[in-house]
Design a protein around this ligand. Sequence first.
Ligand SMILES: Nc1ncnc2c1ncn2[C@@H]1O[C@H](COP(=O)(O)OP(=O)(O)OP(=O)(O)O)[C@@H](O)[C@H]1O
Ligand SMILES: [Mg+2]
Length: 370
Amino acid sequence: MVDREGERSMAERRILNLGIDLGTSRSVIACDNGVRTFISSYVGYPKDAVSRRLMGKEIVFGEEAIKNRLALNMRRPFEKGMIKYSNYLHDKPEEFRQHKETARHLLEHLVFLARREEPDDCHIRAVVGAPALASTQNRKSLLEITNGIIHDVMITSEPFAVAYGLGILTNALIIDIGAGTVDLCRMQGTIPTEDDQITLTKAGDYIDEVLLGLIKERHKGVDVTLNMIKRMKEENSTISDKGETVTATFPVHGKPTLLDVTEELRQACRAIVPETVEGIRTLVASFDPEFQDLLKQNIILAGGGSQIGGLAREIENYMRENLGSGKVTKVEEPLYAGANGGLMLCKDMPDEYWDELKSTGKQPGASQGL
Ligand SMILES: Nc1ncnc2c1ncn2[C@@H]1O[C@H](COP(=O)(O)OP(=O)(O)OP(=O)(O)O)[C@@H](O)[C@H]1O
Ligand SMILES: [Mg+2]
């Protein structure tokens, strides 16, 4: 059997299902052939002929790029969960074009890692996570980078993908704490609409900036980069008052010096709590009054930021003070929860759904057709 393109028919072709989470900090892919992997969302391009020789390739991804960053022009293609400069299409078209191209390189690489030995003509379907309230333009840009790499694409809100993967479809509020955004999504047994979701931009990157500022303020002459701060935070992050003292060695006037950063770390990690609880309040207050308590008792944290020690307890305390009560838990696999859910959604959608998506171009949850 031969289809329009002269290839094997859909019925004969292997369908590869993917769940993809293109993150500001990490990009994750889960595939129904068993591959599950992630890379740091950094892409490096050799600066000159010597660095090209050193690297032996034209594009370097993830940790390898970070390690060799002095020889590379580095790009982090996503910011606040979307392709960088997406909101400055007219003011900075060249920067946007470059970052879009880089996002495409990253996606291509992830799909390459997932495909393994799959036949060249396999049909690739993917559910790609985006911030809860990504604009129509942002979703469109995301869709465009998948052209030629993925055959059928559905863009969905990242916390919805998490909820779907956990099988939690009603009376729950998912909070995905990423690097660029904190995404809140209320589940009430249907595909969430705009009213069910909130995107906040004080997330992991914001914690890093606050922490850098606090450490520089307290320890004059300290010389640290955001990258060093982020690493230190990930190794030690805690919000609890009962935690141990946290120290870090950073150069001060050129000399490695042991610094006590316990209080700065705690303060910086706490910085995202008030706004997050305000987000919870908005979604709870506009919920059916009979179910508001159920929602407050079922707050689920996901994303890399959910690994901050004591964060669930801190949010509970803050909720108790401001909303009367609250129960917060964390997902078991914060790194893979979004991609896993995307993969499940991808596999569960019937062929007719994908056909409809293709013919109408209308993505679920988008305010206007794309
Ligand atoms: N152990 C940890 N403690 C505290 N924060 C952590 C830890 N591990 C990762 N993070 C932070 O989590 C954030 C990354 O989380 P995640 O991988 O979910 O984000 P992302 O999907 O790349 O970002 P976004 O969803 O905003 O695009 C970063 O800010 C990172 O520093
Ligand atoms: Mg994310």
